[in-house]
Design a protein around this ligand. Sequence first.
Ligand code: ADP
Ligand code: MG
Length: 460
Amino acid sequence: LWQRVGGRVRKAVGDAAFKSWLAPLRPVALHDDRAVLLASTAFLKDWVRNNYQQLLLREFQRDVPHIREIAIHVGLEAAGRGTAKEGVTAGEAGSDEAEAAAAPARAAEPAREDTAVEGLTGLLDAALTFDNFVVGKANELAYAAARRVADSDDVAFNPLFLYSGVGLGKTHLMQAIAWHIVRAKPGRRVMYLSAEKFMYQFIRAVRFKDTMAFKEQFRSVDVLMIDDLQFFTDKNSTQEEFFHTFNELVDRKHQVVISADRSPSDLDGMEERVRSRLGWGLVADIHPTDFELRVGILEQKLAMNADVHVPEDVLQFLAHRITSNVRELEGALKRVIAHHELMGREITLDLARDVLADLLRANSRKITIDEIQKKVAEHFSIKITEMSSSRRARAVARPRQVAMYLSKKLTTRSLPDIGRRFGNRDHTTVLHGVRKIEELIQSDSSLAEDVRLLEAALSN
Ligand code: ADP
Ligand code: MG
């Protein structure tokens, strides 16, 4: 069937595009109304989804009229051939399609939601390995720590706590650790899941009075990885359960790896004792990327994924202009290539400018801490040097806090980064300032108006 469908698709898109994008797909399952295809990388998956999904659907329907949907998943290429590794418990398996994609032999079984208990395989993104991670100043500490955890036979740091703003490589590093361990150390059980998934499973276990099994599944792993811990926002029983599990694993010297969008001490919704325990191992943050690193990442993505030539000046242009996060940078590259493929236009600076006009606009409106300090100082008629001075008089301290608040709100800088820009203050001082202003704008309407005006002026 795939051969027939593929043959027609090849005719429709041409040999070159077919070879780059469609030939690498693996058909893994055919449900009543859905065909499941497996892509080796997230890049390929997105690409096919964005460009060929409708065509694939039409062509499938010619042979199998009741097909309504083409599902494309990322997984090990090998999974479709039955050589997927045992040992990764893919807690991210959120859907039955994902499960089917990873374990074609089970595709006919009804969907089960408790895939993490089942010890299912291959749902980590196959592209997220150490080999594909480009190291630069911004991430070298986090990278070194991740490698150490992946390589060492006993517990290196426990927990390893990775944090950064969005799209800077936390999930990539975590999955790289997981891949490395299951490949290099067969028999070790690794579990990777998001905090949301943990919460969902826990709530489910409570509802079905099955918390023993829930606890058991975590206690039996050698390495537990929880991604995006900031989703545990409320001090509730899920957090309590997480804390028990965490403590038990750490006490038994099993490795725990955690990521979040902020440091342990800034995880507001967490109880103090949990926050403090989270910081006992190694806390490593990933900084915003610099230009060199962005170019390196673009080159790496290109080398890995497609047979397309993108001139150096275009890569540099992207790296210059799309600075917010790596995911967006990658998205920009995909768009340029897609345009080239679909419209047959040569990849040039002009094409990139054209295709990315909206993204470039969004990125150029980036507000800097300098701008914020300047505007705020002007607004309150104080000297700009007071932003980093040590004076604590209300007349300068309050505007300084407003500037900290706006820096946190309007830029992607971390609290420590912001602190450095305000006379090398500690991140807790920044956090205090931010909270103070948050509180005051609830009660002090004239300050609230100041803040509103400043924000509007800065955002324009
Ligand atoms: P986060 O989890 O921090 O939000 P991700 O790990 O999902 O970010 O990264 C977003 C995208 O950027 C992914 O496609 C990832 O592969 C890519 N990426 C981030 N940092 C790097 C890097 N240093 N080298 C290669 N790819 C990277
Ligand atoms: Mg992530």
